[in-house]
Design a protein around this ligand. Sequence first.
Ligand code: CA
Length: 227
Amino acid sequence: MAKESILVVEDEDDIRELLRYNLAKEGLQVIGAATGEEALQAVQGRLPDLILLDLMLPGIDGLEVCRIIKGAPETRHLPIVMLTAKGEEADIVAGLELGADDYITKPFSPRVLLARLRAALRRRSLPLPPENAPLKTGELVIHPGRHEVLLQGEPVHLTVTEFRLLHLLVRKPGWVFTRSQIVNEIHGNDYPVSDRSIDVQIVSLRKKLGEFGSHLETIRGIGYRYK
Ligand code: CA
């Protein structure tokens, strides 16, 4: 099987080399780019399987690289994992809304980094279940067609918005959704849903789901994910 290839975009040589070393050790092929320009050039050739993208780059910055890659039909399917510094929540949110798949905050542990990259690579090859397909995860079953949720075989009574929110998160496990992504996804013409009301919906969902509710994870300053 061909090695999976990762395009590592990082202007700091030490970090880029450390990443190269750690990823190569795990059998991944690494292509290095020190600037946004180099990264864009690299995807003109053979496409990598994933892009690990530092956001703070001189010249074309990471968010702009993300915008260009996610905006072009030939490259928009490429998973992007952002490398960010602490306190860059606004940029993380912007990147996720541009279509980035995940992010890792520096300083990172190589083990955690690798797990996140593997998860992103795995998600890439897993087709998303169809909108109306029943989802089963642990003791939870969601029947979208019937608008029904069963927990340990018992029905859970959810509002329409709670149902849509739960379905959205569970359908893409491990995926971080920003509040405005959630609003856009579950918004119906007749349901006024705002960023802040998402938080309220989550609290209510967690309450109704009991212990299972702890799978709905709050990502501080960013959004929510089902884990
Ligand atoms: Ca940097």
